[in-house]
Design a binder for this molecule. Sequence first.
Ligand code: NCD
Ligand code: ZN
Ligand code: ZN
Length: 416
Amino acid sequence: MLVVKGRVFFKGRLEAAAVGIADGKVVAVKKVLRGEETSDFGDSLILPGCVDAHVHLRDPGLTRKEDFPSGTRSAALGGVSTVADMPNTVPPVTTRVAFEEKAAALRGRAAVDYALYAAPRSGSAVPRMPDAIGFKVYMAESTGDLQIDEEAMEDVLEAAGDADRLVVVHAEDARRFTRPARGGLEGHHMARPKESEVSAIQALGKMSRGARVHVAHVTCTEALDAVPAGVTKEATPHHLLLDFRRDLKAFGKVNPPLRSPEDRGALWRAYVEGRVDLVASDHAPHAIEEKQERFPEAPSGLPGVATSFPLLLRRVKAGDLALERLVETIAEGPARVLGIEKGTIAVGRDADLVVVDPRDVRRVTAKRVRYACGWTPFEGMEACFPEAVLLRGEPVVEDGEPAAEGLGRMITAAKS
Ligand code: NCD
Ligand code: ZN
Ligand code: ZN
């Protein structure tokens, strides 16, 4: 048995304890434990490995922007031990064949565990993809051109409802898009306004009978208010921490857009009050050259898989956010929504652990996060990066640097 000691987040609170690990699982959490090997992390926190339910790792097909080895290495550096990868890769994951080919090509190449989404074009494809963690539906155009019309969407929702599967929705209504006079990030916000999110979520409310539905990247409290009961909600660190006043140019261009400082503040308060089920990065890297194109031509999407947990833990240290809320939204909540047995330190669970000292405050830099795309919109912001990350008991980060790679396995939803 391996024993890891520190201040362990167990049963909803921190206590000085030891976690016993055997065969990749947590086998005991006790005040004192004796094992063959002990790692004592002193007063550092030992938290459940984070689960990022929304990443675009660009593999296969767009690996100049990112690939599975690079994206999952960055994930680990940010305390993420499980990612769920979106289907707008090339070719897109719209069929069983595309799903199986993607899964086969990724085997043995991930530093952390991973799950894969699919994007069925109709309900008939839903039962054909039993290993997909969920189904992504784009209600409006975004990177990858995977949007479907309302009829196809109702069909997918019905099939997913019948099979008790998860549907994740990118909710924007293109009929509410405008052609603003202004350019730049504020113009992008006006072009794809808050009303377009609210309208799409309202339409979704009329369609979603029975399916497990999750609304991705909610940017404002008006959108949160529109989400029907029983539907889960996600916020991203960029909508919680950045707004269109930042001088990011097209490096801040994302769908749905960064909003005003007031919107950001209101979303932050809603998050702190527990109105958001999970935080996901929507890690969507694009090349520096693409982001340097003229604003209207530059693609939408920002990288973030390595910075969600470190940036938010810094807010905990600053007193703006409760640690319980952070763990709930960055580990437990996403695992619950995805239906996977991750995100909690408990006997019998995978020993996916993050070790971090919140007093060790550093600045986010492109170098530290190691994305293949070579940039981060959070450059220079303060963050608390993990000192170690264990995946099923194996160190994937040690002394803040990448350690073992290729150990990640594909996971599927626990069958009920
Ligand atoms: C995403 C991408 O680039 O893959 N872009 C984005 O602006 N969020 C696609 C998406 O999820 O909309
Ligand atoms: Zn999206
Ligand atoms: Zn996305």
